[in-house]
Design a protein around this ligand. Structure first.
Ligand SMILES: [Zn+2]
Length: 390
């Protein structure tokens, strides 16, 4: 549509995004966000199924009777706002200033969620029930916290119904600095390490009677942080080791601590495994003569998506529409794409510039949100033409 012919705040994507931002949907609270979406999709002819589990709100919606199934993978929950007084305008009062829409979730991902709904509505109106493909939505209220009852529960239900997904766009904020500069075609994995280095507590004045686990532990940790864990490859950047939590000491100034607890996190590609990390960290600690307990666990495996027609169409549309050739990347944090990808023919992630996601004063360019709506709609159009032409 021609965004110049109307006020930005009147665009349906901005209006729906604003309605959603006004719902403080911090998981497991939905705060009215999904009922807005359910009503809207029902009115557009979607068959809507509530898949609420243990107080978490999830929705499956599907339109059409025939053809391959295209799905938008979205979440309606947001991270907490932090101290509200740090915000220029209240986090759950959507506000447009200087062409930017402000509010918690504007980028991640209520803005893109709204864009996907408006794009699907436009697509369905155009086809008047004669689309060669079905369109669906997986909407979860449990993406931001620990993924107890979210996308995976919806996928389980789809499997029990014998439904398979052919194409999926997850609308996470993937653009790095300019709208359209990046689509995600996989994600890094994430390994957490829980380490306790044992020493012997004692008086700071009598170190010969104690064993300080911090001193040598710090030295080993430094070598681990400097290590090249995995150089990366054509699809994944080099792995990065980060110490995330440390704890030692009794709080008293004159007591040598008896133990040193450390947590670390490694984001990695397909070249590194949890077993390899466990082995390498254990070896470094043993070589330094340290007594320790170590537990390493993966909380997300790395994956690459199968790329074909959908990735090509999406990149083509972005190039034509935004004049930029998107990079096909795998960096950044994890997302629910990792759950959907194994159950899906082709998956990509594409959304807005995510620089302010999870930050105070989260915001997106209102123009970009309108452009995202247009890109999603064109991708649906072109994918359906491509399917029809088979
Ligand atoms: Zn997100």
């Amino acid at each position: 549509m021609d965004s110049c012919s109307q006020r930005i705040e009147d665009h349906p994507s901005i209006q729906l995004a604003s309605q959603l931002i006004a719902c403080p949907s911090i998981s497991p609270e939905d705060a009215g966000a999904q009922p807005i979406l359910r009503n809207r999709l029902t009115a557009c002819g979607f068959r809507v199924k509530s898949l609420d589990v243990d107080g978490v709100t999830n929705t499956w919606a599907e339109h059409g009777e025939k053809g391959p199934l295209f799905v938008f993978g979205v979440h309606a929950d947001v991270v907490p706002s932090g101290d509200v007084s740090d915000w220029t305008s209240p986090p759950f009062e959507p506000t447009i200033r200087d062409g930017f829409l402000y509010g918690r979730g504007a980028a991640d991902m209520k803005g893109p969620l709204a864009a996907s709904v408006i794009a699907a509505e436009n697509f369905i109106k155009k086809h008047r029930g004669n689309s060669p493909m079905r369109v669906g939505f997986i909407i979860t209220g449990d993406e931001e916290p620990v993924n107890n009852h979210g996308t995976q529960d919806v996928l389980d239900w789809l499997a029990s119904e014998g439904k398979t997904i052919d194409y999926c766009i997850v609308t996470e904020p993937t653009s790095a600095s300019t709208f359209g500069d990046t689509v995600k075609v996989g994600r890094r994995g994430s390994i957490n390490g829980f380490l306790t280095i044992h020493g012997k507590q004692g008086h700071a004045a009598y170190p010969e009677l104690a064993l300080n686990p911090v001193h040598r532990g710090l030295w080993v940790l430094h070598t681990l942080a400097e290590r090249l864990w995995d150089p990366g490859d054509a699809h994944f950047p080099a792995a990065g080791f980060q110490i995330t939590n440390v704890k030692a000491g009794t709080g008293a100034a004159n007591v040598i601590p008896g133990k040193f607890e450390v947590q670390f996190n490694i984001r990695h590609g397909t070249g590194l495994t949890v077993e390899a990390v466990d082995k390498l960290v254990s070896e470094a600690l043993s070589q330094a003569g340290l007594s320790f307990d170590l537990k390493c666990a993966s909380d997300a495996l790395p994956f690459m998506t199968r790329q074909g027609r959908l990735a090509d169409i999406c990149c083509e549309v972005i190039q034509e529409y935004a004049g930029i050739q998107p990079a096909r990347a795998t960096g950044g944090g994890t997302s629910d794409a990792r759950f959907i990808a194994p159950h899906c023919g082709e998956l990509i992630e594409f959304g807005l510039v995510g620089g302010t996601s999870h930050h105070v004063d989260e915001h997106v360019s209102a123009e970009d949100l309108i452009r995202l709506t247009d890109v999603y709609e064109r991708v649906l159009d072109r994918l359906s033409v491509s399917i029809e032409g088979e």
